[in-house]
Ligand binder design. Structure first.
Ligand code: GLY
Ligand code: MN
Ligand code: MN
Length: 436
């Protein structure tokens, strides 16, 4: 394994949290993702379903978890299934989890091979009152491909049409939104590697580099530090490209005088980090670029203070919008009188700042969470205001990740430079070293 996983104690704690929300007689079933095909005999790299990873730590295909707290036999209260391994598989595909390794990592005493799943379900489902089935209830999910979990859910519903069915997703969103200590440490590891990649890039950028060369530097730094790579497709956009919110082609030249917007973050042990920084191609911001940069930075700092326990996300977003409005007026981008007359449902600031300020972060970069409940201690969010001015070929977004605490928030990016002058200084000193 190239990363240090969480401990069995934490996986046990995650499962205990789930059980707390189960009703009597419930049997919860979680499946891993499929290995997705490409064409011919090709496959995509395996990406584990994040819920089963959260509950077991098993990052392997064909994994299943059963949670059945009221099972008659205590051995049936938690059962983990892992894909059977043998010498043939070991030679062609490499090591897979043995039952003992899976037991040690997950802390689940009963580990069976996945080919025992059907028979086990037939044995246990009649004991259960209802089945807890999982599904993707992310607010922005949009999936045309049926997952393994959806396939298995259909089978279960056909086999046991008279069992009650309950949704696991709301429970998962609730428990995953408040991070355990080890999860925060894992996110911090991801962030620290992302920070190293940012420093590397600051010493690399000069007029004429291609956006994908920057991407390559980042990827290199991620992998050499034990990450499997990007937590999401990175955005490296210079000049006008910074205004294309989901720009991922990263294939243009960075020209002198432009600002490059870089939104990237590594994945470590399944956990995501999510950074955005903007740096001047020539090593120094122009006056106008600096003014826009500092406006975004001020909004970010105000947002840090607003994102506190008890606050509703919708109110927070509205308040950040109001602060942004003031900055856009000062930059001459909005007219104060027009703003006074604006339709509150369609505020004018959205012309220059058209996305949300914060999202949950964790095993998924746009992590699951409770959008309609107050913010609470232990949640981890991004804070990422931006100003995009296509007419000036300028887009600035600054994105940090923060942990909500009872007595104050922790900026998990505290060690990653953000002040315009710090970045200029870093670029100048690296450039000097390169010349020497
Ligand atoms: N990197 C995706 C986002 O910032 O939300
Ligand atoms: Mn981002
Ligand atoms: Mn983000």
């Amino acid at each position: 394994m190239r990363y240090i996983p969480l401990t069995a104690a934490t996986y046990r704690e995650h499962r205990a949290r789930f059980r707390q929300h189960m009703e009597k007689g419930g049997l919860a079933i979680f499946h891993s993702n499929d290995i997705m095909p490409t064409s011919a005999d090709g496959t995509m790299p395996f990406k584990q379903a994040t819920d089963i990873l959260y509950l077991t730590g098993i990052d392997q295909e064909e994994t299943v978890l059963l949670l059945f707290p009221d099972a008659v036999d205590p051995k049936d209260r938690e059962i983990l299934f892992v894909r059977e391994t043998n010498e043939h598989i070991a030679i062609w595909e490499g090591a897979k989890f043995t039952q003992a390794e899976a037991r040690e990592l997950s802390g689940i005493p009963t580990v069976l091979w996945t080919n025992a799943y059907d028979a086990t379900i037939k044995r246990l489902a009649p004991q259960a009152e209802h089945l807890y089935l999982n599904s993707n209830e992310h607010l922005r999910q949009g999936n045309e491909v049926e997952t393994r979990e959806e396939r298995k859910n259909k089978e279960l519903r056909a086999m046991y049409p008279l069992h009650g069915v309950k949704r696991s997703a709301p429970i998962m969103h609730r428990i995953r939104s408040r991070k355990t200590q080890e999860e925060v440490a894992q996110i911090q590891r991801a962030i620290d590697i992302t920070g190293k990649a940012f420093r590397r890039v600051c010493g690399f950028v000069k007029p004429g580099v291609k956006e994908y060369e920057i991407e390559a530097e980042i990827t290199h730094e991620f992998i050499r530090n034990g990450s499997r790579g990007h937590a999401y497709t990175p955005i490296i956009g210079s000049g006008y490209n910074a205004c294309v919110l989901h720009y991922i082609t990263n294939d243009m030249v960075c020209n002198a005088g432009e600002v490059i917007l870089m939104d990237f973050g590594c994945e470590y042990g399944g956990y995501a980090s999510d950074l955005t920084r903007c740096i001047p191609v020539s090593g120094r911001f122009t006056e106008r670029q600096r003014a826009v940069y500092n406006a975004v930075l001020r909004v970010q700092r105000e947002a840090f203070k607003l994102l506190r326990p008890g606050v509703m996300m919708a109110d927070y977003h509205k308040e950040v919008g109001r602060i942004m409005e003031g900055e856009l007026i000062n930059l001459g981008l909005l007219d104060k009188a027009e703003v006074a007359k604006q339709d509150p449902e369609r505020p004018l600031y959205k012309k220059y700042f058209m996305h949300g300020t914060s999202h949950f972060l964790g095993l998924d970069v746009h992590d699951v969470g409770l959008w309609n409940e107050p913010i609470a201690e232990g949640m981890v969010f991004t804070v990422e205001p931006g100003i995009y001015i296509p007419a000036e070929k300028l887009g600035i977004r600054l994105e940090n990740n923060i942990l909500i605490g009872k007595d104050g928030n922790t900026d998990l990016f505290a060690n990653i430079p953000i002040e315009a002058e710090e970045i200029e200084g870093m670029m100048a000193s690296k450039a000097k070293k390169a010349v020497a």
